[in-house]
Ligand binder design. Structure first.
Ligand code: TYD
Length: 138
């Protein structure tokens, strides 16, 4: 089982400001096939509430901040994404929920697969059924 992790990418700063770069399979450990972003999130909204069969993702709050709750059946974690150089790598086996979005939050998501609703596990009991077995094998 792969574990989610936070990567800190370089900030290339000069007197004009900052620039950070993410290259395919260099700064994220997969080929990026899809990019989407979540923004103008209403106060109090929670999103996500799913895991995947195949899709790996990298989450970056390029503006503002939000929190991510993670559950991989063995452990749970809460990650604060509050800097544009912090990249949260989410594995398919990470049940995730995003919340506490700041008004200015733009959450950028890079994904290893094209969108496929069949790749989602939205039922928590199904998630446990699929991944707790694999977890016991580790
Ligand atoms: P949804 O899965 O509900 O977002 P969240 O994971 O935050 O709960 O996605 C919202 C809508 O956008 C839903 O109708 C599916 C659609 N969608 C796409 O068409 N392509 C995509 O890549 C994503 C992520 C969502």
């Amino acid at each position: 089982m792969n574990l989610s992790r936070i990567l800190e990418i370089d900030i290339l700063g000069d007197d004009r400001g900052n620039l950070s770069v993410i290259e395919n399979q260099v700064h994220v450990p997969f080929e990026v096939k899809r990019v989407f972003y979540i923004y103008s999130t209403k106060q109090g909204v929670c999103r996500g509430f799913h895991a995947h069969y195949k899709t790996r993702q990298a989450l970056i709050s390029v503006s503002g901040s939000c929190k991510v709750f993670l559950d991989n059946t063995i452990r749970t974690d809460e990650v604060l994404l509050d800097a544009p150089n912090k990249v949260l790598i989410l594995e398919p086996n990470d049940w995730h929920e995003m919340y506490d979005f700041s008004e200015d939050c733009v959450l950028l998501v890079l994904a290893s697969e094209l969108y496929d609703s069949k790749d989602y596990i939205r039922d928590y009991n199904k998630f446990l059924e699929v991944y707790s077995k694999k977890t016991q094998e580790v």
